[in-house]
Write a protein of this length. Structure first.
Length: 296
């Protein structure tokens, strides 16, 4: 999937070798656009929006796969039968995407705090040290979770496509012609990736939590939940800042923690996967051109 200024595009290769495309124009909602201009708030809005869009495009990929396997696809059958409108189905998928994101954040926010409290509550009293250990536990759980799911064939293939997307973007930014041989020369890692954001939420969380005192497990958990929007907002701003410094020789290392996590979330793609990513990216450029010409 590639996102342009005005449209999101996903390409899926069918068994006969042809490609299916999903183009979703970005809808301009005035109050959402206003929120995106507010520092620390725009990060939360962007993450929720990305989760909803991602769920919609993953649903398209899953439907294409199910059709090729000859399986019944419930959302489409329901739509054909008139049980659900296209709008309600999209809203439902978007809601599931946002809900999944929030549930994941809650799990990886609360579980490390509970584990740290259980193991080290009576070992020492320094709460800053408790917060640091909580951050270490969170990173261990996160890395372990990503590693083990990456062992499954489906997720490994997903991570290969993730790597292909990064290669295509890097080749385009370098001004190279988008051919398979050219794209494959580039690295699967890229500064502007959601994986970097995940790492920053952990690191920024440790810093923010260190400014507050808590008495007991319940207060600690409540603090984490209340501060979660702040952690997300600050992490987004830090990610934007590190991206702007990636060409500075010394300061570019600020983005390295996110790149290290991408060693797990991206895999070297096959040529056929790069072909799909190139086709999706070119389709996005074509769609952007059509939209801009239509506005002229």
């Amino acid at each position: 999937m590639f996102a342009g200024r005005n449209v999101h595009v996903t390409a899926v290769r069918k068994k006969d070798g042809s490609l299916d495309f999903l183009e979703v124009p970005k809808k301009v909602i005035p109050w959402v656009q206003a929120l995106k201009k507010i520092p620390f708030v725009r990060g939360i809005v962007g993450i929720i929006e990305s989760s909803a869009k991602g769920a919609q495009h993953l649903n398209f990929s899953a439907e294409s796969f199910a059709e090729q396997e000859g399986e019944a696809d419930m959302p489409k059958k329901a739509e054909k039968a008139g049980m659900f409108s296209g709008i309600s189905m999209v809203l439902g998928v978007a809601f599931v995407g946002v809900l999944s994101f929030l549930f994941g954040k809650f799990i990886f926010t609360l579980v490390p705090a509970i584990i740290e409290q259980f193991l080290f509550q009576n070992v020492f009293s320094n709460q800053i040290l408790h917060n640091l250990i909580e951050g270490v536990i969170k990173i261990i759980l996160l890395v372990g979770y990503i590693y083990f799911i990456s062992l499954t064939p489906m997720i490994r293939r997903l991570f290969q496509y993730h790597g292909a997307e990064h290669k295509v973007i890097s080749a385009y930014e370098a001004g190279m012609e988008l051919t398979v041989s050219n794209v494959q020369k580039f690295n699967t890692l890229h500064y502007r990736c959601g994986s970097s954001f995940i790492v920053f939420t952990v690191l920024i969380g440790v810093v923010i939590y260190s400014f507050l005192h808590y008495d007991g497990m319940v207060e600690r958990i409540v603090q984490r939940l209340i501060l979660l929007p702040l952690v997300i907002g600050v992490s987004y701003e830090v990610l934007r800042f590190t991206n702007s410094l990636r060409e500075v020789p010394v300061l570019r290392y600020l983005g390295y923690p996110g790149l290290w996590l991408q060693l797990l979330t991206t895999k070297e793609p096959e040529d056929s996967q790069v072909e799909v990513s190139i086709a999706s990216f070119n389709r996005m450029l074509e769609a952007e051109k059509r939209i801009m010409e239509g506005r002229a």
